[in-house]
Design a protein around this ligand. Structure first.
Ligand SMILES: O=C(O)CCC(=O)N[C@@H](CCC(=O)O)C(=O)O
Ligand code: ZN
Length: 344
């Protein structure tokens, strides 16, 4: 049993990595009264003994090779268990895909971040990532639903991007089905060191859309930098994020810098280009970074016979990946947008 090791080391990440698919649930209390519950491998919940107002989900390793967010969450979890950090809010930490951490890949068989909102159960395909998506949905659902309704909910799904980026850190604000975007969330992101936000225009099968859409959580996919193996991250670049998350979980209330629209660069999705053919390629090199803009009329991608040209001046590329499975998103393009009446 891993309980004594966990109490002594706080190293839930190593225990998770040693148990790629399953971990017997257990629970114990810290000296400060915080209740610790391991729900499964990679899933650990902290409930303070004091009255709380927020239910906070922090996920990482939804893509296993995106190590910086894993290191951030690992440190937070260790600090909590070792009594160096006292939580004042309910927090659920999730390491999404333990086996993909161990093999140092984005995923094992199927991209976990395309399997939420029930997508895990569509069609005949069966694999561990589909099982995991289904289980993660129920852990998140229980976490939000097992307390009284009306509490504040958020879910920050932490990632790093495959390519470099003109704007090193950026967040994806899931489609809100017409509800307004929140300036207070932009203030939180800015405090994390994230000044660039992409507004999605359609539902998605991502983890952040799931929590946003089904539980009304303030949810984001947050890209904190570029993918690097363990040990190669310059952790100084994540200090603001770590401090802001620490404050979020350990304070009753957090004050952020006054809102100023000039602090942000906002983009709206112009279109999504899916790969539908085996012969799919981009015209730009692997070194082209996220947010690179193209002149109207420039060729961006070939999908079999179909050619995609930039349709507006400055149409910029996000997450280009020519190797995605057929039918999946190979590229997002974005254009700048201003704060408008859809922000509250
Ligand atoms: O750099 C890339 O190509 C991908 C980085 C990444 O994993 N991004 C997320 C974004 C999810 C979202 O759209 O909210 C993903 O592709 O799953
Ligand atoms: Zn990712």
């Amino acid at each position: 049993m891993y309980l004594e090791t966990l109490k002594k080391s706080g190293d839930f990440l190593s225990i998770t990595r040693d148990n790629e698919f399953h971990l017997e649930p257990t629970s114990f209390a810290l000296a400060n009264g915080t209740q610790v519950e391991v729900l499964d491998t990679g899933v650990i919940k902290f409930t303070p003994s004091v009255k709380t107002t927020k239910d906070i989900v922090l996920s990482s390793a939804v893509h296993g090779n995106e190590t910086a967010p894993i290191e951030i969450c690992d440190e937070l979890i260790q600090n909590i268990i070792l009594g160096k950090l006292e939580v004042k809010q309910r927090v659920l930490f999730i390491f999404g895909n333990p086996k993909s951490i161990n093999i140092g890949e984005r995923f094992v068989e199927e991209n976990l971040n395309r399997l939420f909102s029930g997508s895990h159960s569509k069609g005949d395909v069966k694999n561990a990532e589909r099982d995991r998506a289904k289980n993660l949905e129920s852990y998140v659902s229980d976490f939000f639903n097992e307390v009284e309704a009306g509490r504040y909910r958020c879910h920050y799904d932490l990632h790093t991007a495959i390519r470099g980026s003109k704007n090193e850190k950026f967040a994806v604000y899931p489609f809100l089905n017409g509800k307004p975007w929140k300036k207070s969330q932009l203030q939180f992101l800015l405090s994390c060191g994230v000044n660039t936000v992409l507004m999605m225009a359609a539902p998605a099968t991502t983890f952040s859309y799931f929590s946003s859409n089904e539980f009304g959580a303030d949810a984001f996919t947050i890209e904190l930098g570029q993918v690097k193996p363990f040990g190669e991250n310059d952790m100084a670049r994540f200090e603001k994020t770590k401090q802001t998350l620490t404050a979020l979980i350990s304070q009753e209330k957090v004050e952020y810098k006054e809102f100023n629209s000039n602090d942000f660069e906002l983009f709206e999705v112009y279109r999504t280009i899916n790969r539908t053919q085996e012969a799919f390629s981009f015209t730009f090199p692997d070194s082209a970074v996220n947010f690179t803009g193209f002149a109207k009329g420039e060729l961006l991608a070939n999908d079999g016979e179909k050619q995609y040209f930039a349709e507006v001046e400055g149409e910029a590329i996000i997450f280009p990946n020519a190797k995605v499975a057929l039918g999946q998103r190979a590229l997002l393009t974005v254009i700048p947008m201003q704060i408008n009446e859809n922000f509250i």
